[in-house]
Design a protein around this ligand. Structure first.
Ligand code: ZN
Length: 254
């Protein structure tokens, strides 16, 4: 529509393309790759704003796409991902593409990627660690040091566990699909972990004092706002509190 509503990054590392953005920006994305060498795609997870130009880039270069085995059915049939109205307006379903299950590591010219299964945002999510350069590609797992809104199909405590596992690595730069390159990446992960642990502890403390889940949300995170409204409750502050209280994804609490 000619303006930036919401950013999503993809990274070209040597000749490896990590994620392919949204198909709403397909012309810009494909033209940005013209004249470049791309030998493979790696998808961090199956969401529509990460596999959006898989088909176009795969056809352009005739290259393989690597992803977690759980991601592959969504590449084959993107409509398995049930998009809500706001997602269809902003991103829409990508075209099908053909994927291959990624192993525990991948060597790509001058780069070596260790593949780390990193559930919490989605079950199929992987992060990529380049140990020589101390780079960590975090897909949608990091997304900044603050934590306010949880997506209905995310798991707060699982995200926290995964971030702790990742923070054990020696990291210079985090490459985040929402924030771009984040210098002092390990410190950023530790800051997020600290904030998430504090929020978890505060939520449990208020629950133990007898507050209901909605009162806990109001006291710690305030009223719901436009995120809840625009996404029809897909992203909300209450999801965050509920996931902490019930220890699983808000859409599983029944
Ligand atoms: Zn995602």
């Amino acid at each position: 529509m000619g303006f930036l509503l919401y950013p999503v990054y993809a990274f070209l590392v040597g000749d490896t393309l990590i994620d392919t953005g949204t198909n709403r920006a397909d012309h810009e994305f494909i033209s940005a790759l013209k004249g470049r060498a791309v030998a493979r795609i790696i998808n961090t997870h199956h969401h529509e704003d990460h596999i959006g130009n898989n088909a176009g880039v795969q056809a352009m270069f005739g290259i393989p796409i690597y992803a977690h085995a759980l991601t592959l059915p969504y590449l084959d049939n993107p409509r398995l991902n049930k998009l809500r109205l706001y997602q269809r307006v902003v991103w829409d379903w990508p075209k099908p593409s053909k994927g291959t299950a990624i192993g525990s590591s991948l060597d790509a010219a001058a780069y070596h990627f260790e593949v780390i299964h990193s559930p919490g945002h989605t079950d199929d999510h992987i992060c990529l660690y380049e140990p020589e350069r101390k780079w960590l590609f975090t897909g949608d797992l990091f997304c900044g040091t603050a934590f306010i809104y949880l997506r209905q199909d995310e798991n707060y405590l699982q995200i926290l566990d995964t971030l702790k596992k990742l923070a054990a690595l020696d990291i210079n730069v985090v490459f985040c699909n929402l924030k771009g390159a984040v210098e002092n990446g390990r410190e950023a992960l530790l800051k997020k972990i600290f904030r998430m642990e504090k929020l978890r502890d505060d939520v449990l403390k208020l629950r133990d004092q007898g507050l209901t889940a909605s009162k806990v949300r109001e006291k710690l995170l305030g009223k719901e706002d436009s995120w809840n409204l625009i996404t029809g409750g897909h992203y909300s502050k209450q999801n965050t509190v509920d996931s902490i209280l019930f220890g699983k994804r808000p859409d599983e609490k029944q």
